[in-house]
Design a protein around this ligand. Structure first.
Ligand code: FNR
Length: 412
């Protein structure tokens, strides 16, 4: 109603409501490198397109005369009530599209009271985002570093920042095969973007003071990434950032980051360590197999996010909506099951909830809102999705989230 009334009063929203137009408008504004990095998926992008197609195979079957005059979209998760079943996925390197990056997203999250999952690859330290958010909910997303001390430090900082859950992203122990980025030969991290959580961390800072590149670290740094970096530094002698790089410390930071950011050797056993570091709920992001959902429960994990990283990691992977039913069955409501990858509107969220999700997370749409109009853009994109969801729920004949059950869907 608010959106129509604003339109009537001549206050048009800053971002297109339709997702394709939103993406096209953001593409027009952002750099070629940024668009490739953000919009792209792994390989021939079949996982990315498959995420959307999976939603489309199921249809909502609306019910009539259900008295939907009062609608309640709130949910409860880890003892907190959220106004709507949406969270904001962790997205790194937002400085590529807007100078306020994570700060703008934090601002919008606060206005909407939706949980913002701070990315480990953020462009601003989590402390700066948290400082803008009052008591609004926030979680922290962790990539399991090669340094356990760094993991512990991140988790402790998150706790001090008022984060109420730790999300461990499991699907990015290695970076996926991303054709668009490979064609340009560009990775933001090598320019020192998206490493603010690291450079602001006392343990990381200490690591930087250690003698550079011991044999152990040298073995782990991808030689090609360093060669690329050095090439770029030499190719653009006038570039301010590269000037700084040549001055020593930023280059060292990038090198340290590349050598420690993620550990492909991580196993279920390592999660025990995380439990020692924190009593906050631990959420595993990237679960796609029902057996892994079962393992998560066996390991005392508090929640999972069914995710394929927006189709950016394994090309040809199962769509998250296709993975959901078997996972929801195994989990059997013992812990919350969230879902992301391909959520673009209210109907997608409705279908995910009908199939057993507790809530959904949104990634790229808010990044496009950020690109076009900063914090206001993020706010409008999410507000639109929330409003769309509320209408879909009511028009389908459901008064609240509990009434969104499997038989509201059909597979024609
Ligand atoms: C991501 N994603 C991600 N996930 C994570 O755990 N940590 C991160 O730092 C990032 N960074 C990131 C950057 C960009 C540009 C994108 C598009 C995605 C994955 C993200 O959390 C989420 O899983 C997907 O974005 C969800 O899919 P949609 O909504 O983008 O289709």
């Amino acid at each position: 109603k608010e959106i129509y009334l604003n339109g009537f009063a001549g206050h048009r929203s800053k971002v297109p409501v339709d997702f394709s137009r939103l993406e096209a408008e953001a593409k027009r504004i952002m750099s070629r490198n940024a668009y490739a990095y953000i919009a792209g998926g792994a390989g021939v992008e079949s996982t990315m397109t498959g995420n959307r197609k999976a939603f489309d195979r199921y249809k909502i079957v609306p019910r009539m005369l259900c008295d939907v005059g009062a609608r309640d979209t709130s949910i409860s998760i880890f003892g907190h009530t959220l106004p709507s079943p949406f969270l904001m996925s962790p997205v790194g390197v937002l400085e590529m599209v807007h100078s306020q990056a994570d700060l703008a997203v934090a601002n919008a999250a606060k206005r909407l009271s939706l949980p913002y999952i701070f990315s480990n690859q953020a462009s601003f330290p989590m402390e700066e985002c948290a400082a803008l958010m009052d008591t609004s909910p926030r979680w922290f997303q962790l990539y399991w570093s090669k340094s356990n001390d760094l993991v512990e430090s991140f988790v402790q900082r998150a706790q001090r920042c008022g984060c109420t859950a730790i999300v461990v992203t499991l699907d990015t122990t290695l970076l996926g095969w991303r054709a668009r980025d490979l064609d340009i030969g560009y990775l933001p991290f090598l320019e020192g973007k998206g490493i603010a959580q690291y450079t602001s961390d006392p343990v990381f800072q200490k690591m930087m003071d250690e003698p550079d590149l011991g044999p152990e670290v040298q073995r782990r740094v991808t030689p090609s990434s360093l060669v690329g970096l050095v090439k770029m530094v030499n190719r653009y002698p006038g570039n301010g950032f590269f000037k700084k790089l040549r001055s020593g410390r930023p280059l060292k930071a990038v090198r340290k980051f590349v050598s420690t950011y993620s550990n492909p050797r991580t196993t279920w056993n390592d999660l025990k360590l995380l439990r020692e570091y924190t009593s906050l709920p631990i959420v595993l992001k990237g679960i796609l197999h029902p057996d892994d959902a079962r393992k998560a429960i066996d390991h005392g994990i508090d929640g999972i996010i069914v995710s394929n990283h927006g189709g950016r990691q394994v090309d040809g992977a199962i769509a998250t909506f296709d993975a959901l039913p078997a996972i929801a069955k195994v989990v059997n409501k013992k812990i919350p099951v969230l879902l992301d990858s391909g959520i673009r509107g209210g109907a997608d969220a409705f279908k995910a909830i009908a199939m057993g999700a507790t809530a959904v997370c949104v990634g790229r749409p808010y990044v496009y809102g950020l690109t076009i109009a900063g914090a206001q853009g993020v706010y409008e994109v999410l507000r639109n999705i929330m409003a769309d969801f509320e209408l879909t729920m009511g028009l389908a004949g459901c008064r609240n989230i509990r009434e969104i059950v499997e038989n509201t869907l059909a597979r024609p």
